[in-house]
Design a protein around this ligand. Structure first.
Ligand code: GLU
Length: 311
């Protein structure tokens, strides 16, 4: 039987135009799909509506197209996929794996203070599990995933194609995470897992800042009976303060005003992936860089582990 095709994706949140950092993830996911003879899909992650900027999704599509990256199917918009997310939440609830939660941040802080160990992770309090046993007469706010599932371990181990073996005990290190937020919006974790499966994604290639979400996503895939894709987390472009590049720490708009500018911008992204700079006359380069980088990428990903070094 022939192997199903590899399907990769780029899943930007339309909170602004692409910058040098997001372009690296876009280029990496696109080259990965090309190198495997697969398809490349685009998903606009616009569930967190208060953070979305009007017009940003169109700008992103245009920027990608200017760089020669055109998805193999029309883009999918998470804001139009409520019914799918609801179905998944219903499935989890029926299976006893999701539950409503009445706690405010203050409730969580108070419960943790009583237990004497107010643990935090990335600035978030680790949920103490108060509503696992019911709402205690309070109104439901958010919905959470039960991470202490009797039939499966919350110890998630996975192999990142670049970062190698990773392990996280979701129950202990993260606890029951939110699937639907108190403001009624779908949480990133639920939407991404449902959509990766619905779009048949086999290869997730995205920035390293998202690596920490992977164990949660795998646990959720298992709870929903969905397959787990392969993961590759790409190096981050850092801003002036040494943190992931963002508008706040100096990300500039991408320079894509003419073919030479496009090439320079693409070469900067390629350098971050340790791909050789495309050079030659502009006409040669435009004709050749896709082929060259795709071939280099195929070479880098041919072994057990992705070779993040100059090919
Ligand atoms: N929408 C997320 C972001 O822009 C990416 C999600 C993902 O690739 O899993 O940071």
């Amino acid at each position: 039987m022939s192997q199903p095709p590899d399907i990769g994706r780029f899943a930007p949140s339309p909170t602004g135009p692409l910058h040098a950092g997001s372009l690296v993830a876009a280029l990496a996911s696109w080259l990965d799909a090309r190198a495997h003879g697969g398809q490349w899909l685009l998903r606009i992650e616009d569930v967190d509506t208060p953070r979305c900027v009007p017009g940003a999704a169109d700008t992103i599509l245009q920027q990608l197209a200017t760089c020669g990256m055109v998805p193999d199917a029309p883009p999918v918009y998470q804001s139009q996929r409520d019914a799918l997310y609801q179905q998944a939440l219903d499935q989890l609830t029926r299976a006893g794996l999701a539950y409503p939660c009445a706690c405010t941040r203050q409730d969580i802080a108070a419960a943790l203070a009583v237990n004497g160990h107010a643990r935090e992770r990335h600035g978030e309090l680790i949920y103490p599990g108060t509503c696992r046993s019911g709402l205690h007469g309070k109104p439901a706010r958010a919905w959470r995933l039960l991470t202490t599932q009797a039939d499966q371990s919350a110890d998630i181990t996975w192999t990142d194609r670049r970062l190698g073996l990773k392990t996280q005990n979701v129950s202990e290190q993260v606890s029951d995470f939110v699937l639907r937020r108190a403001d009624g919006l779908w949480a990133y974790q639920l939407a991404v897992v449902v959509d990766d499966a619905a779009q048949g994604i086999t290869n997730v290639v995205r920035g390293e800042d998202l690596a920490d979400n992977t164990a949660r996503q795998i646990l959720l895939q298992r709870a929903l009976g969905l397959p787990t894709p392969r993961y590759l987390h790409t190096p981050l472009v850092l801003g002036s303060n040494g943190e992931k590049l963002s508008k706040q720490n100096g990300a500039q708009a991408l320079l894509l005003s003419d073919p030479l500018a496009v090439l320079a911008t693409m070469n900067t992204a390629a350098a971050c992936l340790r791909l050789p700079a495309a050079s030659g006359t502009l006409a040669e380069v435009l004709a050749q860089w896709v082929q060259r980088w795709t071939a280099q990428w195929a070479l880098k990903s041919s072994g057990e582990r992705f070779h993040h070094s100059p090919a």
